[in-house]
Ligand binder design. Structure first.
Ligand code: 5AD
Ligand code: SF4
Length: 432
């Protein structure tokens, strides 16, 4: 009889894909099938994130709960970014954990499973051309990794220390995966990397030098593919060639994640982001001139060390000027192994909370106005999710969440929808 696997995935889309890879490997090599009940699982995996401090603290309390409630003899494994950064310390603090597997080592899941107390966290390990078996959590869209690791050195970010140097996955391997996913029914491909538009920077071994713009061109030729999305691009690498391909290629969805982090050129320099406020605004302007309806989302950190009132005002200024559809906003959290953790000009906790609140208030105001403007608009929606309340939900090209009354026949189809009701979280419409 098959064994049961319970997996909890925290963090970003990279982790979601890594979990899919581990599920596929465990299924193929060790006959595990998924369960949503941790109490009946033979193996409990937590795929962790370490980008901020909170999820790391949560990990240990969760591990304790799993250890008490798990089935007798069940194994517990800790994977992902926190596994990379804490390594054997995890087993020291939670001795019942059976193995620790880093974010850069997921291809070794079957190996560590059979070695009690194994700790595999080598961030120089190269799994860029490892052909994972297939598992997809959605029948309608497929996540495809295009690179591993990150070569940037943003001073706030722990990721280069957990995922290692950047290596691009060979183009032919990506194209094969994309083709396979489309043949099995995915109309949308979601390309993933820490810094996608730096694709082609470094391959392991001899490979044709293909950049991200060219990769997009090649993927878009796949027949039966309707939509391409990707995350995360870096504002520094948003050259004209890339933005023009983004605008003119009909298969590329017109929504872009542009992680601003700060609107102050001074803070951006301290963060080592490689661009200025002016460059960021210039890129947004270029995008909007080519695609007036472009959907924009961003990540913003407030209260980075040394952030003054004027610096924060610059961030608010950019937010006002751009009018992002979605903002992921965070209070700066010092992370081990990062440069900024040594900075002494820390911003007062309370000021940080006030800034976060002010930013979120401003965003809500902008969003309220934006969604009002959507009334009566028509969007092509790709339906992906059946809701319990009799609605089916999907995304517009520019990434609005749109719901219509309907049933499962709509899943996996594209249709034009007229927007009849609007809210911050989603739009409601009728199929034309
Ligand atoms: N503190 C707060 N937020 C952070 N992020 C990354 N590192 C930190 C940190 N030390 C945010 C960035 C990044 C997102 C994934 O998480 O905004 O884009
Ligand atoms: Fe993803 Fe970064 Fe969190 Fe790792 S630390 S899971 S790369 S967000």
């Amino acid at each position: 009889m098959s064994k049961k696997l319970y997996i909890e995935t925290l963090g970003c889309a990279m982790n979601v894909r890594d979990s899919e890879h581990m599920i596929a490997e465990l299924n193929e090599k060790d006959d595990y099938v998924l369960t949503t009940d941790s109490k009946e699982a033979d193996l409990i995996l937590i795929n962790t994130c370490s980008v901020r401090e909170k999820p790391v603290q949560k990990l240990f309390s969760e591990l304790g709960v799993f250890n008490k409630s798990k089935k007798e003899g069940a194994k517990i494994g800790v994977c992902g970014c926190t596994a990379s950064h804490l390594g054997k310390e995890i087993i020291k603090r939670a001795p019942y954990v059976n193995f620790v597997l880093g974010a850069r080592n997921v291809s070794k899941i079957s190996e560590v499973l059979h070695k009690d107390k194994a700790v595999e966290i080598d961030i120089n390990y190269d799994e860029s051309d490892f052909a994972f078996k297939d598992f997809r959590s959605s029948a309608y869209k497929a996540y495809i990794n295009i690179s591993i690791g990150c070569d940037k050195s943003c001073t706030f970010c722990i990721v280069p220390k957990t995922r290692g140097d950047e290596i691009s996955i060979p183009t032919d391997l990506i194209l094969k995966e994309c083709q396979k996913a489309v043949e099995s029914g995915a109309k949308e491909l979601f390309l993933l990397g820490q810094n996608v538009n730096n694709y082609g920077r470094r391959f392991s071994g001899e490979h044709e030098k293909v950049n991200f713009t060219e990769l997009l061109r090649r993927i878009s030729k796949i027949e039966g593919l309707h939509r391409i999305r990707f995350t995360s691009p870096h504002p520094f690498h948003m050259d004209d060639e890339f933005l023009e391909e983004f605008a003119s290629n009909p298969k590329i969805c017109k929504s872009m994640h542009m992680p601003l982090q700060s609107g102050s050129s001074k803070v951006l320099k301290e963060m080592k982001r490689g661009y200025t406020k002016e460059w960021f605004l210039n890129r947004v302007e270029k995008l909007k001139s080519m695609i007036p309806d472009v959907g924009l989302s961003t990540d913003i950190i407030v209260a980075f060390p040394g952030e003054s009132d004027e610096d924060f005002a610059d961030t608010m200024d950019v937010v006002r000027k751009v009018g992002f559809e979605q903002i992921f906003s965070f209070k700066y959290s010092p992370r081990p192994l990062t440069e900024a953790a040594e900075f002494t000009n820390v911003v007062d906790e309370e000021i940080g909370s006030e800034r976060l609140f002010a930013l979120q208030e401003l965003h809500n105001e902008i969003l309220d106005q934006k969604v009002q403007e959507q009334l009566g608009r028509v969007y092509e929606v790709y339906f992906e999710e059946l809701r319990a309340d009799g609605y089916v939900a999907g995304r517009s090209d520019n990434n609005y969440l749109v719901k219509v009354k309907g049933s499962e026949e709509l899943l996996g189809t594209l249709a034009d929808v007229k927007i009849t009701k609007v809210g911050r979280a989603s739009l409601v419409g009728e199929i034309l």
